[in-house]
Every structure is written in C-alpha cells, then in structure tokens.
Write a protein that binds this ligand. Structure first.
Ligand SMILES: C[S@@+](CC[C@H](N)C(=O)[O-])C[C@H]1O[C@@H](n2cnc3c(N)ncnc32)[C@H](O)[C@@H]1O
Length: 252
C-alpha cells in the first residue's frame, strides 16, 4: 500500500474533511455502496478477466466501495480530493487497521485533473512506476459534487486504456424538485446539482468521445430525509426512494 499526502484543495473539501470520521456510520451511505457494488459487478466481466483489471476510483471517500471491489481486481488506485477521507482509508489499510491484509489499494489525496499526472502512475501492487492506463474507472456518489462534468469525463477518458478501457459511474438521479431532499439543507456545501440527468449524461459521455454509452437506472436507494427542509431530523424523517443512474462508456 502506498499513499500520497500532497492533497490539492478541492470542491467541498472542508465539508468532507469534517465528515470523514463519521462517514462509515451513516447507514444510507453503507446501503448505497452495497447497491452500487452489485450494480458494478453485474456490468463487469467474469472473474477470469476482472482479476487482471487495474482500476481507478475517483472520489473514493473512506474506501467503502474500493474495499468491496479490491478482492476482485488486480489493483485499485483510490483518489479523493479530501485529505480527511484518504486518511480514514489509509488507516484501514495500515498495520492494525480493519483491512491491513489488503495490499492492492493505493489511497491518493488529490484532485485529479490531468490524466498524465504522475500521481496516478504508480502501480499499487509493486509501488513501481508504470504506464498508468486503467482498465476501468469507477466513481460513486461524486458527480453531483463536480461543477464541470465534461472536464471530469475528459480526464477519466485520458486515464483509460485505448480500445478497451471502460468507465462506470453511479449517482442519484435528478428526477425533479424532490431530488433536492437527498441532502439535508445543512449539508448543501459542495453540492453542485441535485442528482444527474440521463440525457445530459449521455451527451457528456458522447461529447468526450466515449463509445458504447449507456445511462440507465441501476437501483433505487431508500433513504430517510428531513420531514421539512432544514428541520435536521434525517434520522426520524420519512423514507424516500432515490433512483440511481449508472453511466457507462468505453474509450475508443
Ligand atoms: C458524497 S462523497 C462519496 C464518497 C464515496 N464515493 C462514498 O460513496 O462513500 C463525494 C466524495 O467525492 C470527492 N470528490 C468530489 N469531487 C472530486 C473530484 N473532482 N476528484 C476527486 N474527489 C472528488 C469528495 O472529496 C468526497 O469525498
């Protein structure tokens, strides 16, 4: 396991650095991750192929999804712009941590903007420099925090292996004004949009150059929301259903 600490200030970092310590205790986040993981696995090749994959995760947070996927792939470079999130993931992987036996995950605190950035050109397994092109890029619950989605997907495109490299992302859908209730009013810092829109995502992926673009509903998350905006009663509020879109594309 290797790690870098040269974090770059990123969007919503202050909020995520604060939230990192308690991130894993949120049952909605745990449930969303499990549902997303099943969604990813159902779209990925069989173990004989998947086990050779080098994966890049953008916005890995505390590594909930990273650590579910890691046993199925060769390596996973786990990038997040919030240093606090990466510190939590690094502590899970450190000696004495809950995942100390995992040796193929490399946490990186960084706002990745350049696909050729040397920060992702280190093999998580060997610790050596490598060509740094990925078989798969994943990202879960991140897109609604990103102001410039075409720019993010251009970066992702550049990190993938030409011809075969695939992106799969998951985030909640903007199904109308009620989608705003996904976040409590006190947690709107860094929220750029209240979910993603199928047609917009298809256009963005195609515009960047991806082929085999598919954006579809993958699963529905049942999540408690505030009974009224700003009431702060997420733990006892009503349960709402939030559909999640899975966005897929292949680098030409
Ligand atoms: C809602 S959290 C989700 C974390 C994790 N994927 C999960 O589901 O538990 C969003 C994360 O994306 C990170 N993030 C947002 N924009 C990013 C970017 N452009 N590059 C890397 N990380 C980013 C934030 O720092 C934050 O940790």
């Amino acid at each position: 396991m290797a790690s870098t600490t040269d974090a770059t200030p990123g969007i919503g970092n202050a909020r995520f650095n604060t939230d990192a310590a308690n991130w894993d205790s949120n049952p909605s986040i745990q449930l969303a991750t499990s549902l997303a993981f099943q969604s990813y696995l159902s779209r990925l090749p069989p173990p004989s192929e998947l086990s050779s994959f080098n994966v890049l995760e953008i916005g890995c947070g505390t590594g909930l999804l990273s650590l579910m996927l890691a046993p199925h792939v060769r390596s996973l470079t786990a990038v997040d712009a919030a240093e606090g999130m990466i510190e939590v993931l690094s502590s899970k992987l450190a000696p004495g941590g809950a995942h100390e036996k995992v040796k193929n995950v490399r946490p990186v605190a960084y706002l990745l903007e350049d696909p050729e950035d040397p920060v992702i050109k280190i093999d998580p397994v060997t610790g050596q420099q490598w060509e740094g092109k990925f078989d798969l890029v994943i990202s879960h619950l991140v897109l609604h925090h990103v102001a410039d989605l075409p720019s993010l997907f251009r970066t992702i495109y550049g990190t993938l292996k030409p011809g075969t490299g695939r992106v799969i992302t998951t985030d909640f859908e903007n199904f109308g004004p009620e989608a705003r209730r996904f976040h409590p009013e006190a947690k709107m810092e860094g929220v750029e949009r209240h979910g993603i829109v199928q047609k917009e995502m298809e256009e963005i992926l195609r515009g960047v150059g991806f082929e085999d673009v598919k954006v579809e509903r993958g699963f529905v998350l049942q999540k408690r929301v505030e009974s009224e905006p700003g009431k702060g009663d997420m733990e006892s509020g009503p349960v709402m259903e939030f559909p999640f879109l899975v966005c897929e594309g292949r680098r030409v």
